[in-house]
Design a protein around this ligand. Sequence first.
Ligand SMILES: NC(=O)c1ccc[n+]([C@@H]2O[C@H](COP(=O)([O-])OP(=O)(O)OC[C@H]3O[C@@H](n4cnc5c(N)ncnc54)[C@H](O)[C@@H]3O)[C@@H](O)[C@H]2O)c1
Length: 385
Amino acid sequence: MTRRTVGVAMNGVTGRMGYRQHLVRSLLAIREQGGLDLGDGQVVWPEPLLVGRNEAKLRAMAERHGLSRWTTSLDDALADPDVEVYFDAQVTSARQSAVRRAIAAGKHVYCEKPTAVDLNGALELARLARAAGVKNGVVQDKLFLPGLRKLKRLVDGGFFGRILSVRGEFGYWVFEGDWQEAQRPSWNYRAEDGGGITMDMFPHWEYVLHELFGPVRSVQALVTTHLPVRWDERGRQYAATADDAAYGTFELEGGIVAQINSSWSVRVDRDELVEFQVDGTHGSAVAGLRQCRVQHRSTTPKPVWNPDLPATESFRDQWSVVPDNAGFDNGFRAQWELFLRHVVLDEPWSWDLLAGARGVQLAQLGLESSATGRRLNVPALEEIR
Ligand SMILES: NC(=O)c1ccc[n+]([C@@H]2O[C@H](COP(=O)([O-])OP(=O)(O)OC[C@H]3O[C@@H](n4cnc5c(N)ncnc54)[C@H](O)[C@@H]3O)[C@@H](O)[C@H]2O)c1
């Protein structure tokens, strides 16, 4: 076995996503298992260079995980010839300029979504990466969730017949921060810092809908801020200027209608924090993060509407659980492995910055639809490829 070291500058690694999902659960987990076996006698060994603003935090993190490389200078990181890949999980508002610099330095780039705060910025990055000939990717972790993998299996296997509609429910109560600490960073609730649930979640819905059911052709959304005041990490009250709920309707190519509610101001009465119900002529499914249940047309009951009588059957018991039939790795790690293979072996890869731009486009159009009260078409971006 030959070891192929890939230097990865990881920016935003002190954040929730950068640390837990990308450093610990992805790159360090790959190292703990001896590296990524490419199956051709090579093992990829990711070598993180931690990049951030706070020297003490970076040093402590490096020591905690036996890493030797960290810097507070993005320029130094990008000038390092051992760094092949620049990874960005900073706050959204800081991403575009940093990724732009990484592309200019000739690095391959991989980053969190949304790739920029608006479509122009996202398209600029896609174009720059293409012109520079660097490999590029955007996190699309929800595709790797066990529940959605099972749902995709059902789609691919023709279980649904003709798919009619998709209903998604995402959300949970994010505490205001006064009498109980908020469980999300406060920048998420400030528009001026790149926050807002539409910008956060519509990029996810774009690739989920696109990959499972077809591209989104129009969007109509009602976006609102239910809780206008919150308390930040230091207990200070602030104005929540960003949207905390988005009620969206999406028309997909081929006529499938998708409705997805996204909210940080909703209490959970579901089995999982996100669930999608898909109804088709031959069957229906409900998929969450991990589980997926189905009801075939042959086992569909015939309820009769009669509000005068209590329900006589338990509708939820009439569904069957879809078995795993496979092992499911952490989704972030699974996508990292594919990206590293793409970098080293040039294997095909479609979750690039242009795909990321589609997510930003849908978020931007969702916001515009809400502001103008109109349903908006979603033009295809593919022509810049
Ligand atoms: N794929 C997913 O499921 C998913 C989930 C949550 C967040 N995200 C994305 O990941 C990114 C980071 O989100 P997070 O929840 O980890 O945020 P976070 O606040 O926990 O982390 C933000 C990171 O950015 C750094 N940073 C750089 N410039 C900053 C600035 N000017 N102000 C504040 N922090 C700054 C912080 O030091 C920190 O390392 C966001 O773009 C978000 O949209 C993706």
